[in-house]
Ligand binder design. Structure first.
Ligand code: SF4
Ligand code: SF4
Length: 338
């Protein structure tokens, strides 16, 4: 399975090579005592011993905010000038298999009824190098949603930590193979360091049945079920769960500028915020928090699988870890499996 080997010196050379060619290298690094994905320039910055970065790496494919057009307003009309996306060669290193699986989910959304090149061009220029999980916590539930600590979906290259601090390298996609071939000096042939660290393999949560959840959500008779209010009573609508979720993808388009000229921006939105579906009339079809949370749950377990034939929740557990009131999506999954 593993075809090559990488060690820390190799990682340092890899980072220099990618940056030297004008690319960017994204990896988990420690900032203010938290592990977060950021652009790094040295191997020393790359975190070790983390379970999962606090943020998802989606922000490097789908930025929190970006300008998609410029506009000018003149007496004779409005001029709108589209901006081209500036996609640079990108390596995302050190993500976990769960979040890598979200890449295909995001692509299915951004190519569904319209090809959003602001996403696709960035993803096309990105090589995803994931590291199989050797550690986890009680928020991890990848195996409950059909993934595993070494699922390769969405990864171009999968690494396995070795007991001596290196990585066994498994090239998954043609893009990954081409990347390894282009950095032959860095990815050495198999070395004597072949003992992989045992993977962390959480048991699937008993009582969760995705097929039953899907079936229940298909029947819109559940819409006004009091279970939604019960499950989400403590939600304060902060939106943190959506911002860190690797598959959440909602955005808004906002014009910023003067009365004469400005920029049209694409900004992350969050279905948990009370203005998310507020109409200009003042009417809001999701006027209370449980309806907004119901929408999030529906998106994960009904809209994504039905409409996009892809995974809406990859079991990364980020939404559980960041939630200020510890609202646990697996509790809702269990409740709706009954
Ligand atoms: S819903 Fe929660 S557990 Fe599922 S992918 Fe999003 S952040 Fe991860
Ligand atoms: S992070 Fe928790 S409190 Fe905030 S919107 Fe999500 S579920 Fe509600």
């Amino acid at each position: 399975m593993a075809d090559r080997y990488l060690d820390k010196d190799g990682l340092a050379k890899l980072i220099s090579s990618v940056i030297g060619k004008g690319g960017r290298f994204i990896a988990p690094a420690t900032v203010a005592r938290q592990t977060v994905f950021k652009e790094v320039i040295t191997a020393d910055e790359v975190a070790t011993g983390y379970i999962l970065a606090r943020n998802s790496f989606k922000e490097f494919l789908f930025p929190q905010t970006e300008v998609v057009a410029d506009f000018s307003i003149r007496k004779d009309g409005v001029e709108l000038r589209a901006r081209d996306v500036k996609a640079v060669d990108t390596v995302v290193f050190g993500g976990r298999p769960c979040e890598a699986a979200s890449v295909a989910s995001l692509r299915s959304v951004f190519t569904w009824d319209f090809v959003d090149e602001f996403y696709t061009k960035r993803e096309d220029k990105t090589v995803v190098i994931s590291v199989a999980c050797t550690n986890g916590d009680d928020a991890c539930f990848c195996t409950t949603v059909g993934l595993s600590p070494e699922s390769v979906a969405g990864s171009d290259i999968m690494l396995y930590e070795t007991t001596k601090g290196g990585w066994l390298v498994h090239s998954v996609t043609d893009k990954g193979k081409a990347f390894v071939a282009a950095h032959e000096v860095v990815f050495g042939a198999q070395s004597a360091d072949t003992d992989a660290v045992t993977l962390y393999n959480p048991a699937p949560i008993e009582g969760i049945d995705l097929a039953r959840i899907g079936g229940r959500l298909k029947d819109r008779g559940h819409y006004e079920d009091p279970i939604w209010a019960e499950l989400t009573r403590k939600c304060i609508g902060c939106g943190a769960c959506t911002y860190v979720c690797p598959t959440c993808h909602c955005f808004d388009i906002i014009d910023e500028g003067t009365a004469f000229e400005g920029e049209r921006r694409k900004n992350w939105d969050a279905c948990q915020i009370d203005m998310f579906t507020l109409h200009a009339s003042g009417h809001n079809p999701r006027d209370v928090q449980w309806k907004r949370w119901r929408n999030r749950f529906m998106c994960k377990f009904n809209f994504y699988p039905e409409k996009f034939k892809s995974t809406g929740c990859v079991g990364c557990g980020r939404c559980i870890r960041v939630c200020p009131v510890r609202l646990d999506i697996t509790e809702a999954m269990e409740a709706l499996s009954k």
